[in-house]
Design a protein around this ligand. Structure first.
Ligand code: PRX
Length: 650
């Protein structure tokens, strides 16, 4: 065994875990050697099909012919799997617990109630003209209606495209245009951390973009009752269009490969990509990973703190838990409002048994010490998860000891928007834990490490993380741009899926994700392309050039460090500093606001004009004694100037 100490396999979950180590190994073996048999069996056991499939896996990573199909002749409906099939046995059990931003506000929705709400809203959407296959954009706060809207789309065969409520009107408009969403669902305002979020006003502003003229209707949920502007030709209230609808709506039979949703995510180049997931494979993968990774048992109260605007909110707040008939908590607020004990208080209040959150939240609470658990017992918890970025061992230990009282196994789950569900993770009861390691692959997942030339590295090694073959939850294409899909994920190391992450494998075969190897940042678990932030910066009328790099940040994991050169005649000032930060907030959203601005006279470029980011990264992190070779720069003196300027960066 490695230098790392191993944590108990079981902690307090005694002997009733779904799997032990040997069972995991046996199932893993079968999933790799006989994928058709393995997934064929689990697909019919875990999901209800309107028409059973006869084919299971039909996938190719061949360059120029990448094609991914699972269960391609089966028919099913996602909302029927998440709701209808549970009604007979557990119709009166709670599907969704809503916990408001304000600790005094909460509510519960049983499966029966969820069924009625989803059917009514499905009928309302149909009446608005939404057709099977059309894209509906959701720009919603964290309220049960967000899940209702998602499920209603799936019920009638519409494709949802959720845009995180923290994105700006400009970012929203871009996604509406790219996905051709003729319908937008939003709320008057959201509430987070005691503050209002002007969702409807943002939609209004987005739709001022002339390229959004095709938008037919905006459905507005009344969340706060705050004032909103009204466009009678376009806007309708959620309650008005829903109240008189029938509480029954037959689920549309969907082909397993029909599109289920689009979700935009950032890459190293260009605009965010519309990641497309389809129906059958995605749902099976979300359902099965939820069950095994969180060792789900009936009666569990499960809380994932992610927003529905991210993939974690899709797979592990809504689809995975509901397909399993679980009780899922939907939390409107943030883990440290009104006090840093909020997360622990919510655990006690609702007797949470499974908690799934992000390292950035853990680190923010850790900084508050015991205040994060003050007056709480958290004794209901039995399993805790982490997702979104590497969890540093110190934060892992704190989570394990302080939040979990050394009783709960931690599942450090590695995955991506593109993967649809968790790919590398411990399984409670089966996997001995090492703080900071995502450990071993889930069923059907074949990770490998390659060097930059694509040579496969064996044994203990560090390199680029690739996946050798397809799994059911994999994205199928970039919406409207299959070539970009092939280019981004299948061309760097042909014949395999390129994750964009680096990883180390230790002598026990455990994986340790080291972070992105491309120009993608991970700020508080939010994924952002440096190119995206740079293009927002250079859109500012006073900015000539910009280069963005990530720097280590104690709470956020990574912070955003922006080098900016101004147009001739422009001067840096405190005012411009503020203006530039506000500009990025407006262009993309608050999550993309640079932490540090560095006014640079010039950027380091090669003779062919390429910006040398390696040097910018080193300067930003004060590693100036290891700058490497600077002789290939068009003007090597730029480097000294940058180092000098750094003292004014703020
Ligand atoms: O770098 C990895 C990091 O987050 C990236 C994916 O981001 P996104 O598509 O927004 O999905 C986040 C939620 C699944 C990955 O390429 N990442 C995610 N989980 C982990 C992680 N890095 C290390 N450990 C993790 N558990």
């Amino acid at each position: 065994m490695s230098e790392q100490k191993l944590y108990p396999v079981k902690a307090n979950i005694a002997d009733n875990c779904l799997l032990n180590d040997q069972q995991y190994l046996d199932m893993y073996q079968e999933s790799i050697t006989q994928p058709d048999q393995f997934w064929g069996k689990h697909g019919s056991e875990l999901l209800d099909w309107i028409q059973p499939y006869t084919k299971v896996k039909n996938t190719s990573y061949d360059p120029g012919h990448v094609s991914i199909k699972w269960f391609e002749d089966g028919l099913l409906n996602v909302s029927a799997n998440c709701i209808d099939r549970h009604l007979q046995e557990r119709g009166d059990e709670v599907a969704i617990i809503w916990e408001g931003d304000n600790p005094e506000e909460d509510s519960k929705l049983t499966y029966n109630e969820l069924y009625q709400q989803v059917c009514k809203f499905s009928n309302a959407l149909k009446q608005q003209g939404v057709k099977k296959g059309e894209v509906v954009c959701l720009y919603m706060p964290m309220v049960p209606e967000a899940a209702v809207a998602m499920l209603a789309c799936t019920r009638i065969g519409a494709v949802h495209s959720i845009v995180f409520g923290g994105f700006s009107p400009e970012a929203l408009a871009g996604r509406i245009i790219d996905s051709n969403s003729k319908y937008v669902i939003t709320a008057d305002e959201g509430v987070r951390g005691g503050r209002g979020v002007p969702l409807k006003a943002n939609v209004d502003q987005a739709l001022e973009n002339p390229d959004c003229e095709f938008v037919k209707s905006v459905v507005v949920l009344k969340r706060t009752g705050g004032e909103v502007n009204w466009n009678a030709n376009r806007d309708v209230w959620w309650h008005d269009i829903t109240e008189n609808q029938a509480a029954d709506c037959p689920p549309e039979p969907m082909n397993a490969e029909d599109p289920l949703f689009i979700l935009y995510t950032s890459g190293s180049t260009g605009k965010p990509k519309g990641v497309l997931h389809t129906t059958g494979g995605y749902l099976l993968y979300a359902t099965m990973t939820f069950r095994y990774v969180f060792d789900y048992h009936p009666g569990d109260i499960y809380w994932c703190t992610a927003d529905v605007g991210w993939i974690t909110g899709h797979s592990y707040l809504v689809y995975g838990p509901l397909a399993n008939g679980a009780t899922t908590i939907l939390f409107e607020g943030v883990p440290n409002y009104p006090t840093s004990a909020r997360m622990s208080e919510v655990c006690d209040k609702h007797q949470v048994t499974i908690l799934y959150t992000a390292p950035t939240a853990i680190r923010a609470l850790m900084a508050q010490g015991d205040a994060a658990v003050q007056g709480t017992s958290r004794s209901s918890l039995r399993i805790m998860g982490s997702v979104g970025e590497p969890i540093n061992p110190e934060a892992w230990e704190w989570y394990y000891r302080t939040i979990g009282d050394e009783r709960c196994p931690i599942v450090d789950t590695w995955w991506q928007t593109e993967t649809g569900g968790i790919l590398i993770t411990p399984l409670p009861g089966a996997t001995a834990l090492k703080p900071g390691s995502a450990t071993r692959p889930f069923f059907g997942v074949q990770p490998a490490l390659v060097d930059n030339e694509g040579n496969v590295l064996e044994g203990a090694a560090e390199g680029n993380l690739i996946i050798k073959d397809s799994w059911p939850g994999q994205m199928r294409t970039v919406y409207g741009d299959h070539e970009r899909f092939e280019q981004t994920y299948f061309s760097t190391f042909p014949g395999t899926y390129t994750t964009g992450d680096g990883a180390r494998r230790d002598e026990d075969g455990y994986f340790w994700i080291t972070g992105r190897v491309d120009d993608v940042l991970n700020v508080s678990g939010h994924r952002m392309g440096t190119a995206e932030i740079e293009s927002a910066l250079v859109a500012h009328p006073k900015i000539s050039e910009a280069a963005v790099v990530g720097v280590p940040h104690e709470i956020k994991g990574q912070g955003i460090y922006a080098y900016i050169t101004l147009n001739a005649g422009e001067e840096a000032s405190a005012e411009l500093h503020k203006e530039v930060k506000a500009w990025v907030r407006k262009e993309i959203g608050p999550i993309a606001t640079p932490d540090i601005l560095h006014w640079a006279e010039a950027l380091p470029k090669t003779r062919s004009g390429k910006i040398m980011r390696r040097i910018l990264r080193k300067i930003a992190t004060n590693e100036t004694d290891s700058l490497g070779d600077t002789s290939t720069l068009a003007d090597p003196s730029v480097v000294d100037k940058l180092i000098e300027e750094k003292s004014n960066a703020a």
